[in-house]
Unconditional design. Structure first.
Length: 649
């Protein structure tokens, strides 16, 4: 029977290009990538030998030696073809995060070993018994009954892979699951076509299609590999950590940070930095490969070495080897003299209990290192309450929003001209049921990073409007309440409508609200923030510039905005006794007074400071000298006592 090998030729050419693509695109780093590469290689070899076993009879002499060569070709084909399915099962085990529990899950491990052993044993035995096929005198072959045993093992192997895919589908995204499952129906169709039409060699061809789909969907170099270094990147690291937390695998991470990376970027050329990092990663990779761990480059001079189920002895060895390497590593004297590296060892879930904690810690790793602390073990740092809070902030904030754990406090502001408290600043507080009061200095930046600041901002404005509506401000001696705006709020396209909705909901006069914008917010996205400020100003809402002096102020920009009050940063109050600072303070106040701005000084904590800032022309005093921020009821009681005393004089 004449065989049509055209499909095999197409498959082999395609697989050659696929392997070249995997190498060129650097999709060979990492366990899953390596398994996929080996699997493609096996399918390619099976395709080549499938062609050879039908074309060799045309070129070989019809002798015993020719029969031996053809028989060897058949066995190589059968081995690579039938082992590709167990390899695919290993690939699925890897991407599902089961790799390190593979041997522990006895049913999973022994069933796979049994299938693999059965396939290898059947082919090995047949090398001596010749029960699967017979080589004829013309070097063609005839299948015999023994081949059905191989078909049975291949079918069991296929069922095994499908079962794993279905059992652990929740560990895969929808697109990954569909991609993984696509191999089975396509491969089965190919097998049936070739069984019905043995002259059509389509099995390898039909297996090639899923390989291409997997390569496009799952093997994503632009997402998982840092192209400049060829090392797995942050996305790959993130997915691996998440997968292992889902599988409840202990994960150990060594973080290597080039602590002065930004300085190196400013001092050295880009290509020098890239070459340095690339060489460093290549040599580190040689070390960690021996320890059975994975290397990731997380960008900006941060490297991660990740291992699973590492023993304390292996941990010490890995840390020792990495530390020793960094101490002795040389690249170029001009670069080596500048580079500073620091190490941190993290155990998960002991030190960091969940995926979000790991990501938060990595994003704020600089805070863990002191100037003289080159190697830290996070298990010592993790006992610190502030550390625990910092690394759970996202979940703490989310829980706070869900459980309505945010509360508004008010800090009275003293009017030096009227000698009483005429305004107050609304300040948000978060009380967590586990960690107590969380500092705004911690949760506000975190909320700005994760987007929760929008929900928090809406709560603040709504609750302040409710407070103003429930309490007659003039009866309390107040003219307005100040509300801080974040950068994110300033550039919201629908911020004006949010404010207007809250004002109308509580029937609040806009003049009772004063919005504070920081120097940073003032200078971000001028167009969006200017539109919001202009529209809100037109409805009689006043504006203050908060924390003046904490950044780089643009005087021209300040002049262009409808700001009625300039709030001097606490740093002015902290340094008011410094003679040079006194010159700066006096000049600053004089400048703003000349353009009809009122001046408020923040952070006043002593009578001496209060008297000084009153003497240089400040209009308002805010700080602990008068009062700390107070809950609503205490704040109202404070005003009644102190402002009534003034009225009675």
């Amino acid at each position: 029977m004449a065989r049509i090998v055209t499909f095999d030729y197409c498959a082999v050419i395609t697989l050659f290009f696929l392997i070249f693509s995997l190498i060129f695109r650097k999709v060979t780093a990492g366990r899953s990538n390596k398994l996929f590469f080996i699997m493609v290689l096996f399918v390619l070899i099976s395709g080549i030998f499938d062609i050879l076993r039908f074309t060799e009879p045309n070129y070989l002499q019809h002798t015993e030696e020719g029969k031996i060569i053809v028989r060897i070709t058949h066995y190589i084909y059968l081995t690579t073809r039938n082992l590709s399915t167990p390899l695919y099962a290993l690939y699925i085990i890897s991407i599902c995060g089961l790799w390190y529990d593979f041997k522990k899950r006895r049913a999973l491990f022994f069933s796979w070993i049994t299938i693999l052993f059965a396939i290898v044993l059947a082919i090995t035995v047949d090398c001596f018994r010749h029960k699967m096929f017979i080589i004829n005198d013309d070097l063609s072959f005839t299948r015999t009954g023994g081949m059905y045993f191989l078909y049975a093992f291949a079918f069991i192997s296929l069922i095994y892979s499908i079962t794993i895919s279905l059992l652990y589908r929740k560990r895969l995204s929808r697109s990954k699951f569909i991609t993984v499952m696509s191999l089975y129906p396509i491969a089965i169709i190919g097998i049936f076509i070739q069984m019905i039409h043995p002259e059509l060699l389509v099995e390898v061809f039909f297996t090639t299609f899923p390989m291409l789909i997997i390569s496009l969907v799952l093997q994503r170099p632009e997402e998982l590999v840092d192209i400049s270094t060829g090392t797995l990147n942050f996305q790959a690291f993130s997915e691996e950590v998440k997968l292992n937390f889902m599988a409840r695998h202990p994960v150990n991470i060594i973080l290597i940070k080039i602590s002065n990376f930004e300085l190196l970027i400013r001092k050295l050329k880009d290509d020098i930095i890239q070459n340095y990092v690339r060489t460093l990663l290549q040599k580190l990779n040689a070390i960690v490969a021996e320890q059975g761990t994975e290397l990731y480059y997380l960008q900006n001079g941060l490297i991660a070495i990740l291992s699973i189920n590492e023993t304390s002895k292996l941990r010490e060895k890995t840390i020792f080897e990495v530390s020793k390497f960094l101490n002795t590593y040389t690249y170029d004297d001009s670069v080596d003299s500048l580079v500073e590296t620091k190490l941190c060892y993290v155990r998960c879930p002991d030190d960091l209990p969940d995926y979000n904690s790991v990501i938060n810690y990595i994003q704020n790793i600089e805070k863990s290192f002191s100037e003289d602390n080159r190697l830290i073990f996070l298990e010592k740092e993790a006992r610190n309450k502030n550390f625990q809070i910092r690394n759970k902030l996202d979940s703490i904030i989310a829980k706070g929003i869900k459980n309505h754990s945010f509360e508004m406090y008010y800090q009275p502001i003293y009017n030096l001209k009227e000698k009483k408290f005429t305004t107050a600043e609304a300040l948000i507080r978060l009380k967590d049921d586990e960690y107590g009061m969380i500092s705004p200095g911690l949760f506000i930046p975190a909320a700005e990073n994760n987007g929760a600041i929008h929900q928090i901002g809406e709560f603040v404005f709504d609750d302040v409007c409710r407070f103003v509506s429930d309490n007659k401000l003039h009866d309390l001696g107040l003219q307005y309440i100040e509300i801080n705006l974040s950068v994110a709020q300033c550039i919201e396209t629908n911020f004006y409508s949010k404010v207007n909705t809250a004002l109308q909901k509580y029937k609040v006069n806009p003049a009772f609200i004063n919005l504070e914008i920081t120097e940073t917010a003032m200078n971000v996205n001028h167009e969006s923030s200017d539109i919001n400020i202009k529209r809100l100003s037109e409805m009689s809402i006043n504006f203050s510039l908060d924390d003046y002096g904490s950044g780089y102020s643009n005087i021209k920009r300040i002049m262009s905005l409808p700001l009625s009050i300039i709030k001097l940063d606490k740093s002015f109050a902290d340094e008011f006794q410094n003679n040079d600072m006194k010159v700066v303070i006096a000049s600053t106040i004089s400048m703003f007074k000349k353009i009809n701005k009122e001046i408020l000084i923040e952070g006043v904590e002593s009578l001496e400071a209060k008297n000084y800032f009153e003497s240089v022309g400040c209009d308002y005093i805010q700080g602990y000298f008068y009062s700390k921020p107070l809950p609503q009821e205490q704040f109202i009681e404070f005003l009644k006592i102190h402002n009534e005393e003034v009225e009675s004089l």
